[in-house]
Design a protein around this ligand. Structure first.
Ligand code: AMP
Length: 293
């Protein structure tokens, strides 16, 4: 496995891979890697060679006052694990090379970026899209892998990829959870023991919503009320939002209709966590949809 710091060198490797007609798979990350990230890497390994993983804590997707400085970093440990998974290249550029002083361009996906996470974190998705487009231009992937954990991000990147005729095909992989249901996240490292126990309330609230859905309830208000009641029953948790939206437009739904997403964000102390439940069209005739957590 080769660790690459320089943009030019990464571009050179991408050019050579293209000349050799190799299928480049790409997993962009901010490091502090966990099983969620590794699931993307394994999927990339199944379909592509070479596989490139980027580790870059992207400053432009953090608002002032967010956790950029204290974001967990574990570069050596991350690299050792990526090597054991058979990753070919780790691309870990310096922020100063990615964003030189005179950097001026931004990429914004209108509409989708202003809702939910974008409403609470203004400019976040603009930072995400700009770095992802830059990384795509440097790495030139045929397939790029994202987690459904960040469902709005995945939707927005797919839109950008389509709107800008990018070559990368966007693969969205399932959410990997701890055994008690908590969605894996680098930010879980911030949680103290009592907060870690409280954090399962996100999963528990989605699980309660799943039970409602499976019992035939279709009114969004009733399902969202279940989510709110569950989150509010946990004294350490504060709900930012719970919304049931169309999976394509991200517009709120009054009644469940697949494909849809139930998206939640909550604070446990100062740590913001997000999670979601996906409602997909069922293939069988017995049910109108299936629910994935
Ligand atoms: P991050 O390092 O947080 O920017 O995440 C990098 C990629 O890993 C993103 O595409 C995330 O959606 C994905 N990811 C993070 N956590 C999980 C998880 N628990 N399950 C699946 N994918 C995840």
């Amino acid at each position: 496995m080769e660790i690459i710091r320089s943009v030019d060198w990464m571009k050179q490797i991408a050019r050579e891979a293209a000349l050799a007609q190799r299928i480049v798979g790409f997993v962009p990350t901010m490091g502090a890697l966990h099983e969620g990230h590794f699931s993307l890497v394994r999927e990339a390994k199944r379909q592509c060679s070479p596989v490139v993983v980027s580790i870059f804590v992207n400053p432009t997707q953090f608002a002032p006052g967010e956790d950029l400085e204290k974001y967990p970093r574990n570069f050596e440990g991350d690299c050792a694990l990526l090597e054991s998974l058979g990753v070919d290249y780790v691309f870990a550029p310096e922020a100063a090379e990615i964003y030189p002083r005179d950097f001026r361009t931004v990429v914004r996906v209108d509409g989708l970026s202003d809702k939910l996470e974008g409403r609470i974190r203004p400019g976040h998705f603009q930072g995400v899209c700009t770095i992802v487009l830059k990384l795509f231009e440097i790495v030139r992937p045929r397939f790029a892998y994202f987690g459904r954990k960040d469902a709005q991000q995945a939707r927005i990147i797919r839109q950008m990829s389509r709107d800008l005729n990018l070559d990368a095909e966007i693969a969205v992989c399932p959410i990997v959870r701890e055994t008690d249901g908590l969605a894996m996240s680098s930010r879980n490292a911030y949680l103290k023991a009592a907060q870690r126990a409280a954090a399962t309330v996100l999963y528990r609230s989605l699980d309660a919503a799943r039970s409602k859905l499976n019992s035939g309830i279709r009114a969004a208000a009733e399902i969202l009320e279940t989510v709110r009641l569950t989150i509010n029953s946990e004294p350490l948790a504060k709900l930012d939002y719970a919304e049931l939206v169309d999976a394509s437009s991200f517009e709120p739904l009054d009644f469940v209709r697949a494909p849809a997403l139930l998206l939640i964000a909550a604070r446990i102390g100062t740590t913001r966590l997000i999670d979601n439940l996906s409602i997909e069209k069922a293939s069988g005739a017995h049910q109108d949809f299936s629910v994935s957590l």
